[in-house]
Design a protein around this ligand. Structure first.
Ligand code: PEP
Length: 247
């Protein structure tokens, strides 16, 4: 059975309690759109309150530590996210890979820690502009997928991969539809090589400057199973326009 399109809002380091109104509005609208799966990843400070404020939509973290607990000042573990009410966690976002020097090996360890804690995982991958210009985008992303996805038993049931070209994040630029299609196909081939037939079930999201005016076209691309949305997820109105395009 084909899974529902999955639209996830990544709030990044944005939002105080006032943002809970956006989450409530998204949740109310999601109740009228049963053919799309909706989730938000608020900053860690809001996970617990978001969970308490919504009924239908998923709630997730934006990162987790590889360890369950310990002397890691400022970090948050996967069991802590679970305890706070998270259903899933995003790992390997390009801002983590770049600004926190996270390698695919670390991302894989985080994904496995999340699965062990009972969380679903969204593993992000994507090439830089220089890598695309050099013609190595598929090789780079393929290696990231191979190195970052969890090897945990039953991993595929709780795994989503998000293809997010780094140069498209927050820039208003998006790859051509042909390039999105080619990369999603290449990721699918890689997932099947890793997981066998089960790899065909893993949802692959597109992320990078998804907006109301390009969402329908991007979501119609074969192998695009939804969208990971940054900037446009910060207001219910713009996020719901994207959700509506998936419904
Ligand atoms: C993101 O950072 O995950 C993202 C997709 O951002 P934006 O939609 O703002 O490009």
């Amino acid at each position: 059975m084909a899974s529902l399109p999955y639209i996830v809002g990544n709030w990044k380091m944005n939002g105080t309690r006032a943002m809970l109104n956006e989450a409530r509005a998204i949740d109310r609208a999601a109740a009228r759109l049963p053919k799309v799966q909706v989730a938000v990843a608020p900053p860690a400070t809001l996970i617990y309150r978001t969970r308490d404020s919504v009924e239908l939509i998923g709630v997730g973290g934006q990162d987790c530590h590889v360890k369950e607990s310990g002397a890691f000042t400022g970090d948050i573990s996967a069991p802590m996210l679970k305890d706070a009410g998270a259903d899933f966690v995003i790992v390997g976002h390009s801002e983590r890979r770049t600004l926190h020097a996270e390698t695919s090996e670390i991302v894989k360890a985080k994904a496995e820690a999340a699965h062990s804690a009972g969380l679903a995982v969204i593993v992000c991958v994507g090439e830089t502009e220089a890598e695309r210009d050099a013609g190595s985008a598929e090789a780079v992303v393929g290696a990231q997928v191979e190195g970052s996805v969890p090897g945990t038993d039953g991993a595929v049931d709780r795994l989503t991969v998000a293809y997010e070209p780094v140069w498209a994040i927050g820039t208003g630029r998006v790859p051509s539809i042909d390039d999105v299609a080619a990369m999603h196909k290449a990721i699918r081939v890689k997932l099947v090589a890793i997981y066998g037939d089960a790899g065909a079930q893993v949802r692959i999201l597109y992320g990078g400057s998804v907006k109301a005016d390009n969402a329908a076209e991007l979501l119609a691309v074969p192998e695009v199973g939804g969208a990971l949305v940054g900037g446009a997820s910060l207001a219910a109105e713009s996020f719901l326009a994207i959700v509506g395009a998936a419904a």
